[in-house]
Design a protein around this ligand. Structure first.
Ligand code: ARG
Length: 470
Protein backbone atom coordinates (compact mmCIF):
# COMPACT_ATOMS: atom_id res chain seq x y z
CA UNK A 1 0.00 0.00 0.00
CA UNK A 2 1.22 3.50 -0.77
CA UNK A 3 1.09 6.34 1.74
CA UNK A 4 -1.84 7.73 -0.18
CA UNK A 5 -3.82 4.65 0.68
CA UNK A 6 -3.00 4.26 4.31
CA UNK A 7 -3.74 6.58 7.15
CA UNK A 8 -5.49 4.80 10.00
CA UNK A 9 -5.57 1.38 11.59
CA UNK A 10 -9.35 1.52 11.95
CA UNK A 11 -11.46 -0.70 9.72
CA UNK A 12 -13.25 2.48 8.65
CA UNK A 13 -10.02 4.48 8.44
CA UNK A 14 -9.80 5.07 4.68
CA UNK A 15 -11.07 8.61 4.67
CA UNK A 16 -9.24 9.77 7.80
CA UNK A 17 -5.91 11.50 8.17
CA UNK A 18 -5.80 11.88 11.91
CA UNK A 19 -6.29 9.35 14.67
CA UNK A 20 -9.12 9.82 17.21
CA UNK A 21 -8.22 11.50 20.47
CA UNK A 22 -7.76 8.88 23.21
CA UNK A 23 -10.63 10.41 25.16
CA UNK A 24 -12.87 10.30 22.09
CA UNK A 25 -11.95 6.66 21.60
CA UNK A 26 -12.81 5.98 25.24
CA UNK A 27 -16.08 7.89 25.01
CA UNK A 28 -17.31 6.21 21.84
CA UNK A 29 -16.17 2.64 22.36
CA UNK A 30 -18.78 0.07 23.30
CA UNK A 31 -16.66 -3.06 23.45
CA UNK A 32 -16.60 -2.85 27.24
CA UNK A 33 -20.23 -4.02 27.28
CA UNK A 34 -21.10 -5.27 23.79
CA UNK A 35 -18.42 -7.95 24.09
CA UNK A 36 -21.07 -9.87 26.05
CA UNK A 37 -22.89 -10.22 22.71
CA UNK A 38 -20.02 -12.12 21.07
CA UNK A 39 -21.93 -15.40 20.72
CA UNK A 40 -24.80 -13.66 18.98
CA UNK A 41 -22.39 -11.66 16.80
CA UNK A 42 -20.67 -14.84 15.65
CA UNK A 43 -23.96 -16.68 15.16
CA UNK A 44 -25.17 -13.79 12.95
CA UNK A 45 -21.91 -13.69 10.99
CA UNK A 46 -22.00 -17.43 10.30
CA UNK A 47 -25.59 -17.11 9.05
CA UNK A 48 -24.52 -14.16 6.91
CA UNK A 49 -21.58 -15.94 5.24
CA UNK A 50 -23.67 -19.05 4.62
CA UNK A 51 -26.17 -16.83 2.84
CA UNK A 52 -23.37 -15.14 0.85
CA UNK A 53 -22.21 -18.61 -0.29
CA UNK A 54 -25.77 -19.62 -1.14
CA UNK A 55 -26.18 -16.65 -3.48
CA UNK A 56 -22.77 -17.27 -5.05
CA UNK A 57 -20.76 -14.40 -3.55
CA UNK A 58 -18.46 -16.75 -1.60
CA UNK A 59 -17.02 -20.04 -2.78
CA UNK A 60 -17.47 -23.16 -0.64
CA UNK A 61 -13.82 -23.00 0.24
CA UNK A 62 -14.05 -19.38 1.35
CA UNK A 63 -17.15 -20.17 3.35
CA UNK A 64 -15.40 -22.99 5.19
CA UNK A 65 -12.43 -20.77 6.03
CA UNK A 66 -14.67 -18.02 7.34
CA UNK A 67 -16.75 -20.36 9.49
CA UNK A 68 -13.70 -22.11 10.85
CA UNK A 69 -12.10 -18.75 11.68
CA UNK A 70 -15.23 -17.44 13.38
CA UNK A 71 -15.55 -20.62 15.45
CA UNK A 72 -11.91 -20.38 16.47
CA UNK A 73 -12.47 -16.83 17.65
CA UNK A 74 -15.55 -17.92 19.58
CA UNK A 75 -13.58 -20.56 21.43
CA UNK A 76 -10.79 -18.07 22.16
CA UNK A 77 -13.37 -15.74 23.71
CA UNK A 78 -14.97 -18.67 25.59
CA UNK A 79 -11.58 -19.56 27.05
CA UNK A 80 -10.70 -15.96 27.87
CA UNK A 81 -7.66 -15.84 25.59
CA UNK A 82 -9.10 -13.32 23.12
CA UNK A 83 -7.58 -9.85 23.36
CA UNK A 84 -10.30 -7.18 23.28
CA UNK A 85 -9.10 -3.83 21.94
CA UNK A 86 -10.91 -0.62 22.83
CA UNK A 87 -9.28 0.99 19.81
CA UNK A 88 -11.38 -1.35 17.67
CA UNK A 89 -14.51 0.21 19.14
CA UNK A 90 -16.97 -2.60 19.41
CA UNK A 91 -17.53 -6.35 19.40
CA UNK A 92 -18.16 -6.36 15.65
CA UNK A 93 -14.86 -4.78 14.63
CA UNK A 94 -12.86 -6.67 17.24
CA UNK A 95 -14.09 -9.94 15.80
CA UNK A 96 -13.77 -8.86 12.17
CA UNK A 97 -10.21 -7.58 12.62
CA UNK A 98 -9.20 -10.69 14.49
CA UNK A 99 -10.72 -12.84 11.72
CA UNK A 100 -8.65 -11.01 9.11
CA UNK A 101 -5.51 -11.46 11.26
CA UNK A 102 -6.34 -15.15 11.65
CA UNK A 103 -7.37 -16.26 8.14
CA UNK A 104 -6.00 -13.47 5.95
CA UNK A 105 -7.53 -11.90 2.85
CA UNK A 106 -10.72 -13.96 2.80
CA UNK A 107 -11.60 -12.52 6.21
CA UNK A 108 -12.09 -9.17 4.48
CA UNK A 109 -15.10 -10.62 2.66
CA UNK A 110 -17.10 -11.16 5.87
CA UNK A 111 -18.75 -7.77 5.81
CA UNK A 112 -19.93 -7.96 2.17
CA UNK A 113 -23.51 -6.67 1.84
CA UNK A 114 -23.74 -5.92 5.53
CA UNK A 115 -23.45 -2.85 7.74
CA UNK A 116 -22.82 -2.68 11.45
CA UNK A 117 -26.26 -1.11 11.58
CA UNK A 118 -28.15 -4.22 10.57
CA UNK A 119 -25.50 -6.39 12.25
CA UNK A 120 -25.92 -4.81 15.69
CA UNK A 121 -29.70 -4.86 15.38
CA UNK A 122 -29.55 -8.61 14.74
CA UNK A 123 -27.09 -9.15 17.61
CA UNK A 124 -29.31 -7.33 20.07
CA UNK A 125 -32.41 -9.17 18.91
CA UNK A 126 -30.64 -12.51 19.29
CA UNK A 127 -29.21 -11.59 22.69
CA UNK A 128 -32.60 -10.49 23.95
CA UNK A 129 -34.36 -13.59 22.71
CA UNK A 130 -31.80 -15.78 24.52
CA UNK A 131 -32.07 -13.63 27.64
CA UNK A 132 -35.87 -13.83 27.66
CA UNK A 133 -35.72 -17.63 27.48
CA UNK A 134 -33.63 -17.56 30.67
CA UNK A 135 -36.10 -15.23 32.37
CA UNK A 136 -39.01 -17.43 31.35
CA UNK A 137 -37.33 -20.49 32.78
CA UNK A 138 -36.79 -18.71 36.11
CA UNK A 139 -40.33 -17.32 36.10
CA UNK A 140 -41.74 -20.81 35.60
CA UNK A 141 -39.58 -22.13 38.44
CA UNK A 142 -40.84 -19.32 40.65
CA UNK A 143 -44.47 -20.03 39.75
CA UNK A 144 -43.88 -23.72 40.49
CA UNK A 145 -42.52 -22.74 43.92
CA UNK A 146 -45.58 -20.57 44.65
CA UNK A 147 -47.80 -23.51 43.70
CA UNK A 148 -45.79 -25.90 45.92
CA UNK A 149 -45.80 -23.58 48.93
CA UNK A 150 -49.51 -22.83 48.44
CA UNK A 151 -50.29 -26.57 48.29
CA UNK A 152 -48.59 -27.02 51.66
CA UNK A 153 -50.54 -24.16 53.30
CA UNK A 154 -54.11 -24.72 52.22
CA UNK A 155 -55.35 -24.76 55.81
CA UNK A 156 -53.59 -21.62 57.00
CA UNK A 157 -55.74 -18.54 57.26
CA UNK A 158 -54.65 -14.95 57.66
CA UNK A 159 -56.23 -11.52 57.50
CA UNK A 160 -56.76 -10.31 53.94
CA UNK A 161 -56.29 -6.54 53.73
CA UNK A 162 -57.67 -3.66 51.80
CA UNK A 163 -56.08 -0.27 52.58
CA UNK A 164 -53.62 -2.38 54.61
CA UNK A 165 -56.43 -2.74 57.16
CA UNK A 166 -57.93 -6.10 58.19
CA UNK A 167 -60.78 -6.89 55.79
CA UNK A 168 -61.76 -10.57 55.46
CA UNK A 169 -60.04 -13.85 56.31
CA UNK A 170 -58.36 -15.59 53.39
CA UNK A 171 -56.36 -18.74 52.99
CA UNK A 172 -52.60 -18.32 52.81
CA UNK A 173 -52.60 -20.53 49.71
CA UNK A 174 -55.00 -18.14 47.99
CA UNK A 175 -52.82 -15.17 48.93
CA UNK A 176 -49.67 -16.83 47.56
CA UNK A 177 -51.40 -17.98 44.39
CA UNK A 178 -52.27 -14.36 43.59
CA UNK A 179 -48.53 -13.97 42.89
CA UNK A 180 -48.41 -17.12 40.78
CA UNK A 181 -51.06 -15.58 38.50
CA UNK A 182 -49.10 -12.33 38.27
CA UNK A 183 -45.95 -14.12 37.19
CA UNK A 184 -47.94 -16.22 34.72
CA UNK A 185 -49.06 -13.00 33.05
CA UNK A 186 -45.41 -11.94 32.95
CA UNK A 187 -44.51 -15.10 31.03
CA UNK A 188 -47.36 -14.47 28.58
CA UNK A 189 -46.34 -10.83 28.15
CA UNK A 190 -42.78 -11.91 27.34
CA UNK A 191 -44.01 -14.47 24.83
CA UNK A 192 -46.04 -11.83 23.11
CA UNK A 193 -43.11 -9.39 23.01
CA UNK A 194 -40.87 -12.14 21.63
CA UNK A 195 -42.92 -12.25 18.44
CA UNK A 196 -41.64 -8.72 17.74
CA UNK A 197 -38.09 -9.46 18.92
CA UNK A 198 -37.61 -12.41 16.60
CA UNK A 199 -37.57 -10.45 13.36
CA UNK A 200 -34.31 -10.53 11.43
CA UNK A 201 -33.04 -7.12 10.24
CA UNK A 202 -30.06 -8.52 8.30
CA UNK A 203 -30.17 -7.39 4.70
CA UNK A 204 -31.25 -3.86 5.62
CA UNK A 205 -27.52 -3.02 5.42
CA UNK A 206 -26.72 0.58 6.44
CA UNK A 207 -30.25 1.88 5.92
CA UNK A 208 -31.39 1.48 2.34
CA UNK A 209 -31.15 -2.26 1.76
CA UNK A 210 -28.53 -3.88 -0.43
CA UNK A 211 -27.78 -3.98 -4.13
CA UNK A 212 -26.54 -7.55 -3.73
CA UNK A 213 -29.13 -10.19 -4.28
CA UNK A 214 -29.22 -11.08 -0.56
CA UNK A 215 -31.54 -13.65 0.96
CA UNK A 216 -32.77 -12.28 4.31
CA UNK A 217 -35.24 -15.15 4.77
CA UNK A 218 -32.37 -17.61 4.70
CA UNK A 219 -30.47 -15.67 7.39
CA UNK A 220 -33.61 -15.50 9.52
CA UNK A 221 -34.16 -19.24 9.35
CA UNK A 222 -30.47 -19.88 10.11
CA UNK A 223 -30.75 -17.93 13.37
CA UNK A 224 -34.17 -19.35 14.23
CA UNK A 225 -36.25 -16.21 13.62
CA UNK A 226 -39.62 -16.72 11.93
CA UNK A 227 -39.78 -13.25 10.32
CA UNK A 228 -37.69 -10.71 8.40
CA UNK A 229 -37.84 -6.91 8.29
CA UNK A 230 -40.31 -5.12 6.00
CA UNK A 231 -38.55 -1.78 5.72
CA UNK A 232 -34.78 -1.35 5.83
CA UNK A 233 -34.92 2.13 7.38
CA UNK A 234 -37.18 0.92 10.16
CA UNK A 235 -35.09 -2.24 10.61
CA UNK A 236 -31.86 -0.42 11.52
CA UNK A 237 -33.42 2.22 13.73
CA UNK A 238 -36.14 0.27 15.54
CA UNK A 239 -35.60 -0.49 19.21
CA UNK A 240 -39.30 -0.77 20.14
CA UNK A 241 -38.76 -4.45 20.87
CA UNK A 242 -36.27 -3.47 23.57
CA UNK A 243 -38.71 -1.03 25.11
CA UNK A 244 -41.26 -3.81 25.29
CA UNK A 245 -38.82 -6.12 27.01
CA UNK A 246 -37.76 -3.39 29.44
CA UNK A 247 -41.43 -2.79 30.20
CA UNK A 248 -41.97 -6.52 30.81
CA UNK A 249 -38.93 -6.42 33.09
CA UNK A 250 -40.38 -3.44 34.96
CA UNK A 251 -43.60 -5.32 35.61
CA UNK A 252 -41.71 -8.43 36.76
CA UNK A 253 -39.59 -6.41 39.18
CA UNK A 254 -42.69 -4.55 40.40
CA UNK A 255 -44.39 -7.89 41.13
CA UNK A 256 -41.30 -9.10 42.97
CA UNK A 257 -41.20 -5.84 44.88
CA UNK A 258 -44.81 -6.17 46.02
CA UNK A 259 -44.15 -9.69 47.25
CA UNK A 260 -41.01 -8.52 49.05
CA UNK A 261 -42.94 -5.73 50.71
CA UNK A 262 -45.32 -8.33 52.17
CA UNK A 263 -42.44 -10.49 53.37
CA UNK A 264 -40.88 -7.46 55.04
CA UNK A 265 -44.14 -6.66 56.81
CA UNK A 266 -44.83 -10.26 57.77
CA UNK A 267 -41.33 -10.69 59.18
CA UNK A 268 -41.73 -7.63 61.40
CA UNK A 269 -42.35 -8.84 64.98
CA UNK A 270 -45.50 -6.64 65.10
CA UNK A 271 -46.96 -9.04 62.51
CA UNK A 272 -44.78 -12.07 63.18
CA UNK A 273 -46.42 -14.14 60.41
CA UNK A 274 -43.23 -15.53 59.00
CA UNK A 275 -39.70 -16.52 59.95
CA UNK A 276 -37.17 -15.22 57.48
CA UNK A 277 -34.64 -17.80 56.39
CA UNK A 278 -31.34 -16.83 57.98
CA UNK A 279 -29.51 -17.24 54.68
CA UNK A 280 -31.62 -14.38 53.34
CA UNK A 281 -31.29 -12.00 56.29
CA UNK A 282 -28.52 -9.90 57.77
CA UNK A 283 -27.76 -8.51 61.21
CA UNK A 284 -27.15 -5.00 62.46
CA UNK A 285 -23.69 -3.77 63.43
CA UNK A 286 -25.13 -2.02 66.49
CA UNK A 287 -28.45 -3.62 67.50
CA UNK A 288 -27.81 -7.23 68.46
CA UNK A 289 -31.44 -8.32 68.21
CA UNK A 290 -31.87 -7.33 64.56
CA UNK A 291 -32.59 -9.68 61.73
CA UNK A 292 -33.04 -7.54 58.66
CA UNK A 293 -34.76 -8.61 55.43
CA UNK A 294 -32.06 -7.06 53.21
CA UNK A 295 -32.57 -9.34 50.21
CA UNK A 296 -36.27 -8.46 50.08
CA UNK A 297 -35.49 -4.78 50.61
CA UNK A 298 -32.93 -4.70 47.82
CA UNK A 299 -35.28 -6.53 45.50
CA UNK A 300 -37.84 -3.82 46.22
CA UNK A 301 -35.20 -1.13 45.79
CA UNK A 302 -33.88 -2.46 42.49
CA UNK A 303 -37.28 -1.73 40.95
CA UNK A 304 -36.03 1.85 40.63
CA UNK A 305 -33.10 0.69 38.54
CA UNK A 306 -35.27 -1.42 36.23
CA UNK A 307 -37.84 1.37 35.71
CA UNK A 308 -34.91 3.73 35.19
CA UNK A 309 -33.55 1.60 32.36
CA UNK A 310 -36.92 1.72 30.61
CA UNK A 311 -37.12 5.50 31.04
CA UNK A 312 -33.53 5.87 29.84
CA UNK A 313 -34.19 4.01 26.59
CA UNK A 314 -37.47 5.83 25.96
CA UNK A 315 -35.52 9.05 26.32
CA UNK A 316 -32.67 7.88 24.07
CA UNK A 317 -35.18 7.09 21.32
CA UNK A 318 -37.20 10.25 21.61
CA UNK A 319 -36.33 12.67 18.83
CA UNK A 320 -34.02 10.35 16.87
CA UNK A 321 -34.39 11.01 13.17
CA UNK A 322 -34.30 8.04 10.86
CA UNK A 323 -32.28 5.92 10.66
CA UNK A 324 -29.38 4.56 12.69
CA UNK A 325 -27.89 7.04 15.14
CA UNK A 326 -25.01 6.35 17.45
CA UNK A 327 -27.28 7.16 20.38
CA UNK A 328 -28.67 3.65 19.91
CA UNK A 329 -25.45 2.21 21.29
CA UNK A 330 -26.69 3.23 24.75
CA UNK A 331 -29.19 0.36 24.60
CA UNK A 332 -26.65 -2.33 25.46
CA UNK A 333 -25.74 -1.17 28.96
CA UNK A 334 -29.44 -0.83 29.84
CA UNK A 335 -30.28 -4.31 28.63
CA UNK A 336 -27.31 -5.95 30.34
CA UNK A 337 -28.02 -4.20 33.62
CA UNK A 338 -31.68 -5.20 33.44
CA UNK A 339 -30.75 -8.79 32.68
CA UNK A 340 -28.43 -8.97 35.67
CA UNK A 341 -31.09 -7.54 37.99
CA UNK A 342 -34.06 -9.56 36.75
CA UNK A 343 -32.27 -12.86 36.55
CA UNK A 344 -30.72 -12.69 40.02
CA UNK A 345 -33.92 -11.35 41.56
CA UNK A 346 -35.94 -14.23 40.15
CA UNK A 347 -33.46 -16.83 41.39
CA UNK A 348 -33.32 -15.29 44.85
CA UNK A 349 -37.09 -14.77 45.15
CA UNK A 350 -37.58 -18.46 44.49
CA UNK A 351 -34.97 -19.44 47.10
CA UNK A 352 -36.40 -17.13 49.72
CA UNK A 353 -40.00 -18.22 49.15
CA UNK A 354 -39.13 -21.90 49.37
CA UNK A 355 -37.52 -21.36 52.78
CA UNK A 356 -40.13 -19.14 54.44
CA UNK A 357 -41.69 -20.58 57.60
CA UNK A 358 -45.26 -19.41 58.10
CA UNK A 359 -46.61 -19.05 61.65
CA UNK A 360 -50.11 -20.44 61.61
CA UNK A 361 -51.04 -19.49 65.19
CA UNK A 362 -49.98 -15.87 64.81
CA UNK A 363 -51.89 -15.50 61.57
CA UNK A 364 -55.01 -16.85 63.22
CA UNK A 365 -54.59 -14.52 66.20
CA UNK A 366 -54.39 -11.58 63.79
CA UNK A 367 -57.58 -12.75 62.11
CA UNK A 368 -59.35 -12.76 65.48
CA UNK A 369 -58.15 -9.27 66.36
CA UNK A 370 -59.53 -7.58 63.30
CA UNK A 371 -63.32 -8.40 63.42
CA UNK A 372 -62.83 -10.17 60.12
CA UNK A 373 -66.15 -11.97 60.51
CA UNK A 374 -68.18 -8.74 60.50
CA UNK A 375 -69.18 -9.11 56.84
CA UNK A 376 -70.33 -12.67 57.58
CA UNK A 377 -72.63 -11.38 60.33
CA UNK A 378 -74.06 -8.71 58.04
CA UNK A 379 -74.76 -11.35 55.37
CA UNK A 380 -76.39 -13.53 58.07
CA UNK A 381 -78.75 -10.71 59.00
CA UNK A 382 -79.58 -10.16 55.34
CA UNK A 383 -80.52 -13.84 55.15
CA UNK A 384 -82.87 -13.20 58.08
CA UNK A 385 -84.67 -10.52 56.08
CA UNK A 386 -82.87 -7.34 57.18
CA UNK A 387 -81.90 -4.95 54.34
CA UNK A 388 -78.13 -4.88 53.83
CA UNK A 389 -77.69 -1.18 54.75
CA UNK A 390 -79.45 -1.74 58.09
CA UNK A 391 -77.51 -4.95 58.69
CA UNK A 392 -74.27 -3.06 58.01
CA UNK A 393 -75.12 -0.42 60.63
CA UNK A 394 -76.24 -3.02 63.20
CA UNK A 395 -73.04 -4.98 62.87
CA UNK A 396 -71.07 -1.73 63.07
CA UNK A 397 -72.71 -1.07 66.44
CA UNK A 398 -71.91 -4.60 67.58
CA UNK A 399 -68.27 -4.17 66.57
CA UNK A 400 -68.06 -0.93 68.56
CA UNK A 401 -69.53 -2.76 71.59
CA UNK A 402 -67.13 -5.73 71.29
CA UNK A 403 -64.18 -3.41 70.72
CA UNK A 404 -64.92 -1.64 74.00
CA UNK A 405 -65.02 -5.02 75.77
CA UNK A 406 -61.82 -5.96 73.94
CA UNK A 407 -63.31 -9.21 72.60
CA UNK A 408 -64.20 -10.62 69.20
CA UNK A 409 -67.80 -10.84 67.88
CA UNK A 410 -67.69 -14.59 68.40
CA UNK A 411 -66.92 -14.05 72.10
CA UNK A 412 -70.18 -12.19 72.75
CA UNK A 413 -73.06 -14.15 74.22
CA UNK A 414 -76.25 -14.73 72.26
CA UNK A 415 -78.12 -12.52 74.74
CA UNK A 416 -75.70 -9.65 74.24
CA UNK A 417 -76.13 -9.91 70.49
CA UNK A 418 -79.89 -10.17 70.67
CA UNK A 419 -79.98 -6.85 72.50
CA UNK A 420 -78.85 -5.33 69.22
CA UNK A 421 -81.07 -7.47 67.00
CA UNK A 422 -83.73 -10.00 67.83
CA UNK A 423 -83.19 -11.85 64.55
CA UNK A 424 -79.92 -13.32 65.79
CA UNK A 425 -80.14 -16.97 66.92
CA UNK A 426 -77.82 -19.76 68.08
CA UNK A 427 -76.84 -20.53 64.48
CA UNK A 428 -74.91 -17.25 64.38
CA UNK A 429 -71.85 -18.87 65.96
CA UNK A 430 -71.29 -21.07 62.97
CA UNK A 431 -71.43 -18.01 60.76
CA UNK A 432 -68.86 -16.25 62.93
CA UNK A 433 -66.35 -19.09 62.59
CA UNK A 434 -63.37 -17.75 60.60
CA UNK A 435 -62.47 -20.96 58.85
CA UNK A 436 -66.03 -21.40 57.72
CA UNK A 437 -65.99 -17.84 56.39
CA UNK A 438 -63.08 -18.83 54.16
CA UNK A 439 -64.79 -22.07 53.19
CA UNK A 440 -67.99 -20.35 52.11
CA UNK A 441 -66.12 -18.58 49.28
CA UNK A 442 -66.18 -21.46 46.85
CA UNK A 443 -66.89 -19.35 43.79
CA UNK A 444 -64.13 -19.97 41.24
CA UNK A 445 -61.33 -17.52 41.98
CA UNK A 446 -62.44 -17.17 45.61
CA UNK A 447 -60.53 -18.17 48.73
CA UNK A 448 -62.50 -21.36 49.54
CA UNK A 449 -60.55 -24.61 49.52
CA UNK A 450 -62.19 -26.05 46.39
CA UNK A 451 -61.47 -22.91 44.48
CA UNK A 452 -57.87 -22.88 45.68
CA UNK A 453 -57.47 -26.50 44.66
CA UNK A 454 -58.90 -25.71 41.24
CA UNK A 455 -56.45 -22.83 40.85
CA UNK A 456 -53.57 -25.11 41.76
CA UNK A 457 -54.76 -27.67 39.25
CA UNK A 458 -55.11 -25.04 36.49
CA UNK A 459 -51.68 -23.60 37.21
CA UNK A 460 -50.11 -27.06 37.20
CA UNK A 461 -51.73 -27.82 33.87
CA UNK A 462 -50.49 -24.54 32.42
CA UNK A 463 -46.98 -25.19 33.77
CA UNK A 464 -47.01 -28.60 32.14
CA UNK A 465 -48.04 -27.17 28.78
CA UNK A 466 -45.73 -24.15 28.92
CA UNK A 467 -42.80 -25.86 30.59
CA UNK A 468 -42.30 -27.97 27.49
CA UNK A 469 -41.66 -24.96 25.28
CA UNK A 470 -39.02 -23.42 27.54
N1 ARG B 1 -21.40 -0.06 18.54
C1 ARG B 1 -22.43 0.32 17.65
C2 ARG B 1 -23.78 0.21 18.36
O1 ARG B 1 -23.84 -0.43 19.34
C3 ARG B 1 -22.46 -0.58 16.46
C4 ARG B 1 -23.02 0.03 15.25
C5 ARG B 1 -22.18 1.16 14.81
N2 ARG B 1 -22.61 1.68 13.57
C6 ARG B 1 -22.12 2.82 13.06
N3 ARG B 1 -22.62 3.21 11.96
N4 ARG B 1 -21.21 3.51 13.69
O2 ARG B 1 -24.79 0.78 17.95
Amino acid sequence: MTDKNNNSKKLWGGRFEKASLPLVEEYTQSVEFDKYLYKEDILGSIAHVKMLAKIGILSTEELEKLIEGLKKIESQIDRGTFEWKRSLEDVHMNIEQSLIDLIGEVGKKLHTGRSRNDQVALDVRLFVSHMVELWKKELLALIRTFVDVASRHKDFILPGFTHLQPAQPVSLAHHLLAYAWMFKRDVERLDDALTRVKVSPLGAAALAGSSYNLDPEFVASEVGFPKVFDNSMDAVSDRDFLLEILFCASVIQMHLSRFCEEIILWANPCFDFVTLPEEFATGSSIMPQKKNPDVAELMRGKTGRVYGNLMALLTVLKGLPLTYNRDLQEDKGLILDTHHTIFLSLVLAKGMLARLEFKRENMLLAVKKGFLNATELADYLVAKGIPFRDAHRLVGNLVRYAEKKNVGLEDLSLEEMREFCSKIYEDVFEVLDYEKAVERRQVYGGTGKNSVEKQIENLKQWLKETGGSV
